[in-house]
Design a protein around this ligand. Structure first.
Ligand code: NAD
Length: 477
């Protein structure tokens, strides 16, 4: 049994009263590690440490901070395999995703933040006439609280912490209670890199240590990746602090009759909803909108492809789809399968769950890939984020109808379009209410492009500019 600790003020410490939470391997249902169950005392200590470290870190020349970030990049290169395996054990995301997709990008991301440090200190000069000069200074906010979800902890941690630190903030990270192990292992590694207090990590429940952290007066900015409901609660606790919110989605994937269907089939099954993290991906293409002329053919081909997906032990590189992260989330996904039946949606495939799905691992939280069809986008299964391997398909006749259906959602995180018509692709990019639109691809989030949502999917994105604020000065000469 591995017992992880918090990182506070450069020291690895258990929660003050020794309380822990179990970390459960979702493929087996067995507890394999323990994490601290921190509370207000740990939030207080972490913010105090971050505040104490702030003056020196913020005053350090930007290129000095970049040297620390490059050390983190090196560390990711050396420990990628270990971190990928930990994360897969902890949250069930298949190893082929964590090892081949998430971790290889991390060293690059920390290098990128190191390379962009000068953006954090660049201001503007405005001539206000012969005798006056205006200028702006970019400054760090101070202490930034980064609250992250369980579905890709290391990459969400990195996307926030790398830029917040590069910009001269000190940071307190709160990983998710369902999957903190990879981030707490990073705490052990990063304790050797940063000066004490610059980066702090406190694990525990959202309503305990999370609330205490975001509501703390010593925290000047909050960055959350999580659900819209949590964002609403944080807004109430944290008050008027500046926020970056990367939230949930119900992303449409629109397949037109002129699309390359061979690629589209893989695009809407393998790369969009069913594999990787069993649909527990914020940008999962959970609503598949299909042009009526290809409706029957595409539904049949999606069913054939989904029927061949390899489910099972996530640490096996041949496995394409793993379990649901926790018993609680499993129950939630199963409740949506029941709801789909109750709402009268038609089941094309799937619907089985529990031990029978992966007999070799009967204790795991397994849900088979499922597809439902309907013509009513108002159904709850079309409107609510399920966060599991459950998609719903709807037919459409015209481009305008596809846009109307796609935008008929409280969310606006991402959208996918499959077409060979360049004009149509551009019209869809223009008209879809989404932070990212993919054309003939899905689930690509390359560093260098902004990633974030519109509507209830949040605002802002993890980039250097979001972790600095601008001050204006006017000088009369
Ligand atoms: P969640 O909102 O339940 O939890 C996210 C984090 O917030 C956790 O660390 C949790 O402990 C913390 N938290 C919960 N309540 C809190 C409170 N009152 N105060 C402070 N912190 C609190 O989300 P989850 O279940 O971990 O992750 C799934 C959600 O995250 C989905 O909605 C998914 O779409 C979203 N997500 C979005 C993105 C994105 O980039 N847009 C990426 C991944 C996940």
């Amino acid at each position: 049994m591995i017992v992880y600790r918090n990182l506070i003020g450069g020291e690895l410490r258990p929660a003050a009263d020794g309380r822990t939470l179990d970390s459960v391997n979702p493929a087996t249902g067995e507890t394999w590690a323990r994490i601290p169950r921190s509370g207000p005392a740990e939030a207080e200590a972490a913010v105090a440490a971050a505040r104490a470290a702030l003056p020196r870190w913020a005053a350090m020349p930007a290129l000095g901070r970049a040297r620390y970030l490059r050390q983190v990049a090196d560390l990711f290169t050396r420990h990628a395999d270990e971190l990928a395996r930990l994360e897969t054990t902890d949250n069930g995301r298949v190893l082929r995703d964590t090892l081949h997709r998430d971790l290889p990008g991390m060293a690059f991301l920390w290098q990128l933040a190191a390379g962009q440090v000068l953006d954090a200190v660049k201001g503007d000069t405005v001539l206000l006439g012969p005798d006056a000069l205006g200028l702006t200074r970019r400054e760090p906010y101070g202490v930034v609280a980064c609250v992250i979800p369980w579905n890709s902890p290391v990459s969400t941690f990195s996307a926030k912490a790398a830029f917040a630190l590069a910009a001269g903030n000190t940071v307190v990270v709160k990983p998710a209670e369902q999957a903190s192990a990879s981030v707490l292992r990073l705490a052990e590694l990063l304790a050797e890199v940063f000066p004490p207090g610059v980066l702090n990590i406190v694990a525990g429940l959202g309503e305990e240590v999370g609330e205490a952290l975001v509501g703390h007066r010593g925290v000047q900015k909050v960055s959350l990746t999580g659900s819209t409901e949590t964002a609403l609660r944080i807004t109430r606790t944290a008050g008027v602090k500046p926020m970056t919110f990367e939230l949930g989605g119900k992303s449409p994937v629109i397949v037109f009759d002129d699309a390359d269907l061979d690629r589209a089939v893989d695009g809407v099954t393998v790369n969009s909803i069913y594999t990787g993290n069993a649909g527990q991906v914020c940008v999962a293409g959970s609503r598949i909108l299909i042009h009526r002329p290809i409706w029957a053919e595409l539904i049949q081909r999606i069913a054939e492809r989904a029927g061949k997906l390899v489910l099972g032990e996530p640490l096996d590189l041949a496995t394409e789809m793993g379990p649901i992260v926790s018993r609680e989330q499993y129950r939630r996904v199963v409740s949506y399968l029941e709801l789909a039946e109750a709402e009268g949606a038609e089941r094309v495939f799937g619907g089985r769950y529990g031990a029978a799905v992966v007999e070799a691992l009967p204790g795991g939280y397994w849900v088979e890939p499922a597809l439902y069809t309907t013509t009513d986008n108002g159904l709850r299964i079309c409107q609510e984020e399920i966060f599991g391997p459950v998609a719903v398909a709807l037919p459409f006749d015209t481009e305008a109808e596809a846009v109307r259906l796609a935008n008929d959602s409280r969310y606006g995180l991402a959208a996918g379009v499959w077409t060979r018509d360049l004009g149509r692709a551009h019209r869809m990019i223009r008209d879809l209410e989404a932070g990212t639109v993919w054309v003939n691809t899905h689930r690509q989030m390359p560093p260098g492009l902004p990633f974030g949502g519109v509507k209830d999917s949040g605002y802002g994105h993890d980039a250097m500019i979001e972790y600095t604020r601008e001050k204006a000065a006017i000088i009369q000469i």
